[in-house]
Design a protein around this ligand. Structure first.
Ligand SMILES: Nc1ncnc2c1ncn2[C@@H]1O[C@H](COP(=O)(O)OP(=O)(O)OP(=O)(O)O)[C@@H](O)[C@H]1O
Length: 302
């Protein structure tokens, strides 16, 4: 599998504060890669560095094979949304996009089609002629996504793309990003919303205090040695008497923490006790569980 973003040992300090502390990243082609961490953990700084917007103190990074920060040769293949994209407030959404395309050297004849397609995809078709000054935060965010996708980039780097969106807007953005992935693009996005990432990402990296503490395919990270199993059946009292069983939160099943290899014996023992089993399922850890297990703390700003 080819790697579209790789980073090794990225370091960055602002004054005396070390914001990036040996950040390593490997983003496979075709993934939706969630760069996850609490506010202030260094996600935006990493993204800005990867896009060549700020200089690193140390480390090496490549984006689509080009060495950061010399990205001129691949710039057209990368679509980016970094915090607070700058718009001209008195221009319409359509005219703002036209300006950006002109600045990127896209011929005027080709602009119209790209703009209409991008505005439709992010659900701004109906307000394309409204001044951006009158846009809500969520509408601005959609416009930011539109400018990132309008030139058919194969790699999208999106800093908090669902920031400011309501739940319906978030769902639309999720669908859009999944569709872009299905077209063969790679999406690298930062977010502090773990539940969002859970619904969308194939791969994640956990960022904490300027370091990537863990990364990989979500399916692999969730594959833990001793999952919690949910057992449901009748009678419940006998299920509760199984070794290690505790009542589940919803009160209609029991939970047992056990390795996969212990399950055949546990199921046999349940059957021996005359329990009619209806459900035995592993409850895989959520990204929040994994983050907590890794960092030993929640998402507090530091
Ligand atoms: N230009 C700067 N000068 C000084 N400090 C900065 C600068 N940019 C970022 N920082 C600091 O670096 C740390 C990491 O910030 P960064 O924006 O990278 O975090 P983040 O994970 O993207 O957080 P958020 O989700 O809040 O955007 C913060 O403590 C921030 O205050």
């Amino acid at each position: 599998m080819s790697i579209v973003i790789s980073a090794e040992g990225l370091e960055k300090s602002f004054g005396r504060t070390r914001v990036l502390d040996r950040v390593d990243l490997e983003v496979p082609a075709g993934s939706i890669f969630g760069f996850l961490g609490p506010n202030g953990s260094g996600k935006t700084t990493t993204i800005r560095a990867l896009l060549g917007l700020i200089f690193l103190d140390a480390g090496r990074a490549q984006v689509l094979g080009a060495t950061v920060p010399r990205l001129a040769s691949v710039r057209a293949r990368v679509g980016a949304l970094v915090e607070g994209p700058g718009y001209v407030p008195y221009l319409s959404a359509r005219d703002n996009l036209a300006r950006l395309l002109a600045a990127r050297g896209v011929a005027s004849g080709a602009r119209q089609r790209l703009i209409e397609a991008a505005l439709e995809r992010v659900g701004l078709g109906a307000v394309a002629d409204r001044r951006v000054a009158r846009f809500s935060l969520g509408m601005r965010q959609r416009l930011g996504i539109a400018q990132a996708i309008m030139t058919d980039a194969e790699l999208l780097v999106l800093d908090e793309p669902t920031n400011g969106l309501d739940p319906a807007g978030m769902r639309e953005v999720r669908r859009l990003l999944a569709a872009l992935r299905d077209e063969g693009r790679t999406v690298f996005l930062s977010t502090h919303l773990l539940a969002e990432a859970e619904l969308l990402c194939s791969h994640v990296a956990f960022m904490s205090q300027g370091r990537v503490v863990r990364q990989g395919p979500v399916s692999e990270l969730r594959e833990i040695d001793e999952p919690t199993w949910r057992l449901r059946g009748r009678p419940l009292e006998r299920l509760l008497a199984l070794p290690g069983a505790t009542a589940s939160a919803d009160g209609v099943a029991v939970q047992v923490v056990a390795p996969r290899s212990a399950m055949p014996a546990l199921i046999a023992s349940a059957v021996e006790r005359g329990i009619e089993l209806e459900e035995v399922t592993p409850v895989l850890p959520s990204l929040e569980d994994l983050f907590l297990a890794e960092v030993g703390e929640g998402f507090d700003v530091r």
